[in-house]
Ligand binder design. Structure first.
Ligand code: TXA
Ligand code: MG
Length: 352
């Protein structure tokens, strides 16, 4: 299949952009697939109400079909049709955080095919704030099922070049535009129980959610690799975002972390293995490796969030065998950053 790559630049007139988005929307209506930018990561879109489109999404990504898709909408009024009911807490969260990087899980209406929800009777819904995403969704008929636009197992793409790397030749169109600012996927909250539960941490923090709905739980399997329970979001059970080499997180007092990393790097160098470090400026000033990824200054968590997936992909491109990353705070946005890092590392953490 030939994939059309369509760039939408700031210099494009409104009318020209509309024309491109109209064409992209038509592809979705006819059962095709279009990758598009959102404020979190690029999504791989298909018609959420067409079971054949969902099947195509799974095939293009190489994703197991028991892993449900998020339905993206452009208007709050469109939520009604795809869910059985909208509980009060869902209304409050939607009012507070939509459009934006929050996904809510509700009981699904019959119109949503089970192929889209991986056989579940619930559906995940999100209203993105990226203006291109929202205009595209409208042209596509209002309901776009979209997982992250990466091949299964790869980090979610934050730039069109990574979508092209993963999906060129497998989908109809890739929309390339700026504005993928957050870099980590949306926070997902399950609202089918009395006390809402975070099933995937993201840019909208637990604290921010609690301010709106009061008590809120977090799925314990997110941090506990040894839990015998299945995660509430089926996708969280897969070892995502994994670089090809081995990534180890190092936790402890700064001096000891520096000492440990330098020792490891020396060991690998003797074996002619390629090494990488991901850490704050404060740490990098005292360590060296074949590839250095700066997480900015301490307490700049949104910078790490935005760069993380790019760093992981770059480590692969640079054929790094062993990577060491500093542990960041797990408060606020750190909850999401540490969740993704732990997954990338397959939960390998060395305490020094
Ligand atoms: O920011 C995002 O959410 C991005 C952009 C493209 O919007 N999308 C995204 O989709 O990250 P995906 O498919 O890569 O991740 C969706 C996650 C998976 O872990 C899936 O298991 C979970 O959401 N999920 C979807 N529907 C669910 C449901 N009904 N119940 C529980 N988990 C669900
Ligand atoms: Mg994904």
């Amino acid at each position: 299949m030939k994939t059309q790559i369509v760039s939408i630049g700031k210099e494009d007139t409104f009318a020209l952009t509309e024309q491109k988005l109209l064409q992209a929307g038509e592809i979705i209506k006819q059962g095709g697939l279009v990758a598009f930018p959102t404020e979190t990561v690029y999504g791989l879109g298909g018609d959420a109400l067409n079971p054949e489109s969902s099947k195509k999404i799974y095939a293009a990504k190489g994703r197991p079909s028991d892993n449900p898709l998020i339905i993206h909408i452009a208007e709050l009024a469109d939520l009604d049709k795809i869910v059985e009911e909208i509980p009060k807490k869902a209304q409050l969260l939607a009012q507070a955080f939509w459009p934006g990087p929050l996904t809510i899980i509700l009981k699904k209406a019959k119109v949503v095919p089970s192929q889209t929800t991986g056989g579940l009777d619930t559906v995940a819904v999100r209203m993105p704030s990226h203006p291109i995403a929202s205009r595209f969704i409208k042209y596509a008929g209002g309901y776009v099922a979209a997982p992250s636009a990466n091949r299964s197992g790869k980090p979610s793409p934050t730039m069109a070049k990574y979508v092209i790397q993963d999906l060129d030749g497998r989908i109809d169109m890739i929309l390339d535009a700026e504005g993928v600012e957050i870099g980590l996927e949306s926070t997902i909250v399950d609202l089918t129980t009395d006390v809402p539960m975070i099933v995937r941490p993201g840019y909208i923090t637990q604290e921010a959610l609690a301010c709106v709905v009061g008590e809120i739980d977090i799925d314990i399997t997110i941090y506990d690799d040894h839990s015998t329970q299945a995660p509430k979001a089926p996708g969280m059970k897969y070892r995502h975002y994994a670089p090809k080499g081995e990534l180890v997180l190092v936790e402890g007092e700064r001096e000891r972390v520096i000492c440990y990393i330098n020792e490891q790097i020396r060991f690998h160098r003797e074996r002619k293995e390629r090494t990488g470090i991901l850490g704050t400026e404060e740490l990098l000033a005292r360590c060296s490796a074949d590839s250095i990824k700066s997480a900015g200054k301490e307490n700049e968590l949104s910078f790490v969030a935005k760069q993380l997936y790019t760093f992981l992909r770059e480590f692969d491109d640079e054929e790094i065998d062993y990577m060491y990353a500093e542990c960041f705070s797990d408060k606020g946005l750190g909850q999401a950053v540490m969740n993704r890092l732990l997954k990338a590392a397959g939960h390998k953490v060395v305490k020094v």
